[in-house]
Ligand binder design. Structure first.
Ligand SMILES: [Zn+2]
Length: 1096
């Protein structure tokens, strides 16, 4: 597996304007990233704070296009706007009428070179936005307003459930059938606090319309409203295997939300939203603080005072009747907004829709689902809450504090929104932004939390806060936030900072790089953020004019005249301020568990013997139903492509290998809209072993320490003004057939073609001139990193477990774990002390890393742009290379580290677990065949999905095969079980041996695999993937061969693979990230199976 360790920019695309400014890692969601292959990323449209996804885990190629912080170069937005309007196929008024629609309005949107037409379905009032352009990555989305009245999680459970079978597609989970056998470039569903979205995307037109039809049928005619079993499976149910045992709660959403409620950052985000946008009637307690009782939903004005995702305490209060009623009420065309985007026929869109919509009469749902405005508070309020913390950690510095404002009662005009987004970027967008910098440098806390503007709901919010704060410092943080805001209002911003922010925004708009997220979906989420509140759906797409006007105002009046009044009006003089303090409570996790247990004991005590027997029977009935596969006839109804629809060749990326100044250069001639993407790769072969864990901090120091002549703020502003962003990170992977891993240090950047010289000059400046002298800043980096790693341990424990197992099984995994796993966290704790004691030593180690990495020898340059730009930038590359030392200092080292092979359990305070097991299948003599991809996908989508998720109740269960190292790993996510899940993993070989797949199932599995292999990529990602293949020795001939092997996978391959995969059962290692209670009982049940390691 290929890994890079660095902050990964989280894609936040749900807000019309603020989203553009969020490319720089705002939240601390550092994740192991694998640009070439998959990564277990939790994908979320808005940093996971409020939006829930049906499929939290996406095992698809991670966005190679991201990770470069979004900073920019100067360009005129008008250049985009002056393109002539191409003509796209039209829908005449007549055609629309015939299909039951009226054309409401039509506009050419120059910003996205699209013709957008708004239709209204005459009979039901359903609105349809039909966007036509040349983008082959077609997008469909259906959005319903679904305001909940309580925190039982109805919208979320319904979102899961409607995809479990429908009128035309009466199989258990058509959604999973689509996951298995379509070429989708996006397939998921989101629950927001007030709406539910069902989006799909594909580049293949036939596939696209298959997906659309399954989704339409699911939303309007789901089986789940008739069949209580789906509600039980996805929502909640009592489980009792034997009347003598204890009753437990099970349910996919129930466990998903337990996971959400195990993360302090999530709890804080949820309380912030609920408390800020709801009119509370708080209860006054004797300790002098307002508190939230009964989940805040005490006479709310609107829907935001509750959790649409569901609070695990409330989910079991939900009844099937309420669930049915909610569907009847809101899942109606009159309450739906539908989005089409891409290069398909716009008449066909209406034709498909009319078949569904014509079946309905108009309903009042559009009125009943209206979201009410929250009146602004006349006085600020304060809330203190507890969160579950570990018992052993140092709790003194574990408070969190966050100040939130609801900015306005009325919707804001576009220019004000844009200005607020700009202000957000100026205050918090980069490490050099004053509010961020001052808070972090104060030393009052470890990291920022829940910070920034958010405008994806009816009324915009702003929040800023810190975590890792001691009790004594809570008030100081609040004071510092307020005094800094005051100072910014009084003094304004530095003109270089304003210019850097403006360029950042413009570059981002120009590049429109949504990573692996379809562009059409990103646009839909922008449009819907207004449209859902009955405002103009076109407006959020048209930024050119308001941006021009804003720029003109800044030029004429100065930035202070523009931004100071905004800070004053919306923040400083706004009494709707909600301060939330969260205190660590080491008892809370076990208290919650005890409470749940006592409720369940009461339930059991209240049951007669017959009741218990009946419950055990119902449990068994549900399990049988879950484990009985759909019949081949039933499965046939879910539309799928044929193998003949699949291209026989992989997508080739134009790659020309040459050299400049003796250095190997890869050139990719692709249309990039006048942007140059460049990577310079250095070898880590001369780095001393003990310096390895310092590499991530070395990278951060390069970006955030400054040179002799430039402070880090100036350097960051320069990068912002002249480039589209630069990032640096380490990258490691096994190489198939080689003992030595691939271990590199990558510098990545982008700029407008005319700015390439600046880009390479700045890269050189970062690499060679930055001084490692700022002890105080380094100290902050360490504490931020600790906070980030701890957050990851709670939120992505499966990633930590996977890294740990890899570190036991291969050298590349060990290297990666040293720089981003539990070992790294342990290293950081030691380092935190050393910074005070031996800063000189650390500083010279950082210098030593630089000397070991930087060298022309062994360096590779990768460039993606159009042919002319590629030629033009050669001179800059040459100059850059000339400035590098010839060879690295120090001799070659051999990497051979491994963690001892043993089963480990890592203890964290959590209500749900992450369970992994892995082994190396190459050790059995297995030789890589393309069928392995098909088989491992099939195992994930059938065996693990059915057992770990559907009947086990975990949010996710999947496997991953790293074809470079041979490591096959099983992982679960937010899992209520532990040993039981390991047993399921161990049963995989037998599952494969007993498997009987017909040709159709096989074809589906093959097509789904090709869909992953051919994942849609923007130009920068294409160039980057090609570089990765070059580094790992994957040739185009090999890709073609693998593709043929995938396309001809047979049942025989499955049986043979069973033998290889048995090695995981026989010799594999298990690592769990779990609660102390569950680990204890596992060790009791299986005589100290796990070595226990405390982590939080
Ligand atoms: Zn969910």
């Amino acid at each position: 597996m290929l890994r890079t360790v660095s902050c990964s920019a989280s894609l936040s695309c749900a807000s019309p304007f603020f989203r553009f400014f969020r490319q720089f890692p705002r939240s601390s969601t550092a994740a192991l990233r694998g640009p070439a292959r998959n990564l277990r990323r939790i994908s979320s449209p808005s940093a996971g704070r409020r939006v829930l996804l049906r499929r939290g885990l996406r095992v698809s190629s991670a966005a190679a296009g991201r990770g470069v912080n979004g900073q920019f170069s100067r360009l005129s937005v008008c250049a985009v706007a002056t393109q002539p309007a191409p003509s796209y196929p039209n829908v005449s008024q007549d055609e629309a009428e015939k299909l039951g629609f009226e054309k409401v309005s039509e506009e050419f949107i120059s910003e996205c070179k699209s013709k957008a037409t708004l239709f209204k379905h005459k009979k039901t009032g359903c609105e349809v936005m039909s966007v036509s352009n040349e983008d082959e990555n077609k997008v469909f989305g259906l959005v319903l307003r679904t305001p909940p009245k309580d925190s039982t999680g109805i919208p979320h459970i319904l979102e899961h459930s409607v995809l479990c079978g429908s009128r035309k597609y009466p199989v258990k989970e058509p959604f999973v059938e689509l996951l298995k056998g379509s070429l989708h470039t996006f397939l998921n569903a989101f629950t927001y606090p007030d709406r539910t979205c069902y989006p799909v995307a594909s580049t293949n037109t036939k596939d696209f319309y298959n997906l659309v039809d399954v989704y339409l049928d699911a939303v309007f005619f789901p089986k789940c409203v008739e069949d209580v079993h789906t509600f039980q499976q996805e929502g909640w149910h009592y489980e009792l295997n034997d009347p003598s045992e204890d009753i437990s709660y099970k349910g996919v959403v129930f466990n998903e939300m337990k996971g959400v409620y195990s993360q302090p950052d999530n709890i804080l985000g949820r309380i912030a939203q609920q408390a800020t946008i709801v009119d509370m009637k708080p209860i006054f307690l004797e300790n002098g603080v307002w508190t939230l009782l009964e989940n805040i939903a005490i006479s709310p004005d609107n829907t935001y005072g509750v959790d649409s995702g569901g609070d695990p305490k409330d989910i079991p209060k939900l009844t099937f009747e309420e669930f049915q009623e909610f569907h009847r009420k809101y899942y109606h065309p009159s309450n739906a907004r539908i989005w089409f985007y891409g290069d398909d026929d716009p008449v066909q869109r209406l034709r498909v829709l009319s078949e569904y919509l014509d079946m309905f009469e108009a309903s009042s749902s559009r009125d009943t689902s209206k979201i009410e405005t929250q009146k602004l508070f006349s006085e600020p309020i304060r809330i203190v809450e507890k969160y579950p913390a570990g018992r052993d950690g140092d709790l003194k510095k574990k408070n969190m504090v966050c100040v939130n404002w609801l900015l306005s009662e009325k919707p804001l005009d576009l220019q004000t929104q844009l200005a607020l987004g700009f202000l957000d970027h100026l205050m918090l967008g980069t490490p050099a932004s004053p509010l961020r910098k001052i808070l972090l440098e104060s030393g009052l806390g470890e990291a920022l939390v829940s910070s920034g503007m958010s405008d994806e709901l009816l009324q915009p919010q702003f929040s800023v806060g810190m975590k890792g704060v001691s009790q004594d410092n809570v008030q100081k943080v609040e004071e510092l936030i307020m005094s800094t805001l005051k100072k910014l209002a009084e003094e304004g911003f530095d003109s270089d900072a304003v210019e850097a922010s403006m360029n950042t925004i413009e570059f981002s708009l120009r590049e429109n790089n949504t990573g692996s997220f379809p562009r059409g979906l990103s646009l839909m989420l922008q449009s819907i953020a207004k449209w859902i509140y009955d405002m103009d759906p076109f407006e959020p797409l048209k930024y050119t004019e308001p941006l021009r006007a804003l720029k003109a105002r800044i030029a004429e009046e100065g930035s202070k005249a523009v931004f100071s009044p905004l800070i004053e009006q919306f923040i400083l003089n706004n009494s709707h301020r909600v301060t939330i303090e969260m205190q660590p409570d080491p008892e809370k996790a076990s208290q919650e568990e005890a409470e749940e247990k006592s409720i369940l004991e009461k339930v059991k005590a209240g049951m007669t013997e017959e009741d218990l027997a009946e419950l055990a029977r119902a449990t068994e009935e549900l399990r049988l139903k879950q484990e009985t596969p759909d019949s081949p006839e039933a499965l046939r109804c879910v539309p799928s492509l044929n193998l003949s629809d699949i291209p026989k060749e992989p997508t080739y990326v134009p790659t020309e290998i040459g050299d400049i100044n003796g250095v190997k250069v890869l050139r990719h001639d692709l249309f990039t809209n006048d942007i140059v993407y460049a990577e310079v790769v250095f070898d880590m072969g001369s780095l001393k072993h003990d310096l390895l864990p310092l590499v991530p901090l070395f990278c951060q120091s390069l970006m955030e320490m400054g040179t002799k002549d430039l402070s880090f703020v100036q350097l960051n502003q320069l990068i912002g003004r002249k480039t589209g962003g630069i990032s640096v990170y380490p990258l490691t992977s096994s190489v198939r057939g080689k003992a030595e891993p691939c271990s590199k240090f990558v510098v990545r950047g982008k700029s407008m073609a005319g700015r390439a010289e600046d880009l390479f000059n700045l890269m050189n400046c970062l690499l060679q001139e930055v001084q490692f002298t700022d002890q105080q800043r380094f100290k902050q980096f360490v504490s931020q990193s600790i906070a980030r790693m701890e957050n990851r341990l709670r939120g992505s424990g499966h990633g930590i477990a996977a890294a740990r197992m890899d570190a036991m099984l291969n050298v590349a995994g060990w290297m990666s774990e040293q720089m981003g796993g539990l070992s790294y966290l342990e290293f950081l704790h030691t380092l935190a002390k050393k910074v005070d004691e031996d800063w000189e030593g650390i500083s010279s180690s950082l210098e030593e890393i630089r000397r070991s990495l930087l060298a022309r020898n062994g360096c590779i340059v990768n460039m993606t742009a159009d042919g002319k730009s590629l030629t033009n930038i050669e001179k800059s590359v040459d100059k850059f290379l000339n400035l590098l030392p010839e060879t690295p200092s120090g001799g070659l080292v051999t990497w051979d580290g491994r963690l001892p092979l043993r089963n480990e359990a890592i203890v964290i305070p959590t209500q749900v677990n992450y369970v992994g097991k892995a082994g190396n299948i190459y050790s059995t003599g297995y030789e890589l065949d393309g069928s392995a991809y098909v088989i491992s996908k099939h195992i994930s989508n059938t065996w693990l999905w059915d057992r770990v998720r559907v009947s086990g109740g975990a949010y996710g269960g999947f496997c991953d095969f790293d074809s470079h190292s041979g490591v096959f790993s099983f992982l679960s996510y937010r899992d209520p079980n532990l040993l039981k899940t390991l047993d399921i993993y161990d049963g995989t070989g037998d599952f494969l041996r007993g498997l009987d797949v017909d040709q159709e199932t096989l074809t589906k599995a093959i097509i789904g695999t090709i869909g992953d292999v051919d994942s849609y990529q923007l130009p920068d990602a294409k160039g980057y993937s090609s570089l990765m293949r070059h580094l790992l020795g994957v040739t185009d001939e090999e890709r073609q061969r693998k593709r043929e092997e995938i396309l001809t996978t047979s049942l025989k391959d499955f049986k043979e693979f069973a033998e290889a995969i048995d090695v995981v059962r026989e010799k594999g290692v298990a690592v769990a990230v779990a609660s102390a209670e569950d680990i204890d009982s596992a060790n009791q049940a299986r005589s100290n199976f796990f070595e226990v390691k405390k982590a939080l």
